[in-house]
Design a protein around this ligand. Structure first.
Ligand code: PLP
Length: 361
């Protein structure tokens, strides 16, 4: 097999090699079926059991209570930017948003098409290097929901403490942090995540929604964008992303084999501290996020000049540390260290950064 690199991409990103190998073994013939999962009817007993197992495993891994529905949809995180307001902005036609980066901004822009968006706080002024301070007097007690992005992929921040929104339903985008750390699902009315970071191939979007929020979509909501339709049909209203659901199921099994989300969180904290401890001690590299809000998944950092940034990325790439270039709006570097990035990948990256520092002081 060709040598695999350490892929620090923000997404699609690395997947556990043992999961890829299992999928490879089962690609042509899924056990006892004589066919690939890709070739299976979504109405077959066999696929229905793949779907049911994936749902049950996610429920177990995230401790999702019985009064929540788990939906496997298509359209990525960006479709949720519209589905959330279309389905939830249904009483007072307004919602609170906290702008912590470009994904929250895009979500708020989309929501404005359907109702009033109240921006409660934003960290735009400091280039989203932190989660902004919240002033609860700016919260709208009549908002239909309160929207946050749990982990900000581009800027490398995350919410470590959830806002107290009282009776207002909390909605969270966890596209870049699902299954990376323990989270109390009961604090949320709705959570969603695109698959392509911690769950599997792009194409599936997981939605976890409290049942009482179903059934109030705006009249003109397209059928495919109604949570209640997908919930009533157990994610089989139309042909779901069958292969992605199967693959995600393999990733759920892998997370269980690692000891579940709590165990993965410990590993993620270890990986992140290897990187952040080095950045804090370095006289050349600098992290761009205020320490208390640092993400466990995406670590942006910079060197003193654009020339050094470019040199670092080039040399890292040649050594098999790929996709370290920062987002175009931040510059510098960003190491995305999702669940599947082995500790060894971060250790080796940090060793290379130390060497680079000595050679370029
Ligand atoms: N939300 C977050 C936090 C993301 O990181 C991304 C993509 O990287 C999205 C939403 C958009 O997801 P998609 O590309 O699946 O529409």
């Amino acid at each position: 097999m060709e040598k695999r690199v350490f892929n620090f991409s923000a997404g699609p990103s690395m997947l556990p090699v043992e999961v890829l190998e299992q999928a490879q073994r089962e690609l042509v013939c899924y056990p006892s079926s004589g066919m690939s999962v890709m070739e299976m009817s979504h109405r077959s007993k066999m696929f229905e059991s793949i779907l049911a197992k994936a749902k049950a495993d996610l429920k177990e891994l995230m401790h999702i209570p019985d009064n929540y529905k788990i939906l496997f949809l298509q359209g990525g995180g960006s479709t949720q930017f519209a589905m959330v307001p279309l389905n939830l902005m249904n009483k007072n036609n307004k919602a609170d948003y906290v702008i912590t980066g470009q994904w929250a901004k895009k979500a708020a822009e989309e929501a404005k098409k359907y109702g009033k968006v109240n921006v409660v706080a934003s960290s735009a002024e400091t280039t989203f290097d932190r989660i902004p301070q919240l002033d609860s007097s700016k919260f709208d007690p009549d908002a239909d929901y309160f929207y946050i992005t749990l982990n900000n992929t581009v800027y490398g921040t995350r919410w470590t403490e959830l806002p107290d929104t009282g009776n207002v339903t909390l909605v969270g985008d966890m596209s870049s942090s699902i299954l990376s750390e323990e989270i109390d699902v009961t604090k949320f009315g709705l959570l969603y995540a695109g698959a392509q970071k911690n769950l599997g191939p792009a194409g599936v979007t997981v939605v976890i929604i409290r049942e009482d929020l179903l059934g109030n979509a705006m009249d003109f909501t397209p059928t495919m964008l109604r949570y209640d339709i997908h919930a009533e049909n157990d994610s089989l209203y139309n042909t779901p992303p069958t292969y992605g659901i199967y693959f995600m199921g393999l990733v759920f099994d892998w997370v269980k084999r690692q000891g579940g989300v709590a165990a993965i969180q410990k590993i993620n904290e270890h990986k992140a501290s290897l990187l952040y401890d080095f950045l804090d001690a370095s006289s050349l590299f600098k992290g761009t996020v205020v320490p208390k809000d640092r993400s466990l998944m995406n670590a942006p950092f910079i060197l003193p000049t654009d020339e050094l940034n470019a040199k670092f990325i080039k040399e890292a790439d040649a050594l098999g540390f790929v996709n370290l270039k920062g987002h175009r709006t931040v510059g510098g570097m960003r190491a995305s260290i999702y669940n599947a990035m082995p500790v060894e990948g971060v250790e080796k990256l940090v060793a290379f950064m130390k060497k680079f520092e000595l050679e370029n002081k």
